[in-house]
Write a protein that binds this ligand. Sequence first.
Ligand SMILES: C[S@@+](CC[C@H](N)C(=O)[O-])C[C@H]1O[C@@H](n2cnc3c(N)ncnc32)[C@H](O)[C@@H]1O
Length: 367
Amino acid sequence: MSNLLVNCISFISQNGSRMSKLDKMEAELAQLTKQLAEFLSLPPTDRSTPGFAKIWRPISRYRVQLRTALQEQSSALSDPRYRDAKRSEIEQRVGYNAAHRRLRLWPQIEDMVNKQVTPERKALMPQPSNYMEGAHNRYVNHLYSALHTLALPSAAAMMNLMPDAHPDVALPATHFEALMHAAYRICLAQGRDAPPRFLDVGCGGGTKIWAALPFFPDARGLENNPTQVKIGAAAMAKLNAPADCIMEADARLFDDYSSYDVIYFYRPLKDSVGLTEMEDQIMKQARPGTILIAPYLGFSAEDDDIRCSKIAPSIYVAGVAPYQTEKLRDRAELIGTEAPVHSSSTDAALGYWRPLVEASRRNGYAL
Ligand SMILES: C[S@@+](CC[C@H](N)C(=O)[O-])C[C@H]1O[C@@H](n2cnc3c(N)ncnc32)[C@H](O)[C@@H]1O
């Protein structure tokens, strides 16, 4: 047997099992990436360039070594005499391919990590022209308005609308996306332990629940028009949205606002008295730190209200003083704008990169 081939299959790990040279290197690298993930979890002001270099240097030494080990493994796999007798050939090839994919991720990982050493500050809400103008935004809103119409009741069923309710007028999808992204970054800056729960108050056909799901997988809506509830629920079921995501309730009387972390209300009630009643209910029950999204003129707590303070246009934080909201904004603006990731096809093969990818997602960065 050539020395090269012996090398790639001959290690005994701490627990006594046999390990390939490649497995051993990957295990060592996993310890180092864990350290780097801890560094990335520090507040941005505590992340120094020399501190980063000290952790990254030993990681970078593995790049060439891994490439060599992979070449050796490839030669061993193509010769039946040197394959691991305990694992099938397919298993070994799958393992080899996954290790190869991890190595190919190197430049993307390096880029993702580098951006977080001194992260760029970005406003929570972009300028309206950025999300409302241009061919792409107009196209997305054109498609969304079709989805919204499909989730509406028929004209006859619309006659059942409560006289004091707005018909289901939709906020354009691209404006909503900007609001969701800002709320998502604020939630990350709050460092929550559990995934935030989202509520659309006056959800009509439920299309905003659907649009919130990529940011907040636990998203629900409430609606008081029974016909709209029935038709919206059927539309959501067809899309495989979480079961019972539309609840039938009057927004002025709903008594469970405290279970939600992000509450969105786009002026569901037409008359200002009813609207204020609803706003009062929401702010009475919302837990401190709850994010309130009210994208309309005339929100009763828009200016100088002790019940909530503004963090970005149309976005408020309940139950915290303005100086705390300012500090939160300061942290949230340093959260990246790349997460959430809408596809996780590479997740299964992340291996030693996993701690870095997870820490980066918590900072708003993604591959
Ligand atoms: C302006 S639409 C909301 C559209 C959707 N949330 C969006 O942002 O695109 C208002 C919806 O609120 C519902 N609504 C009106 N009054 C309500 C109330 N008191 N309680 C719950 N829902 C109500 C209406 O039936 C209608 O479907």
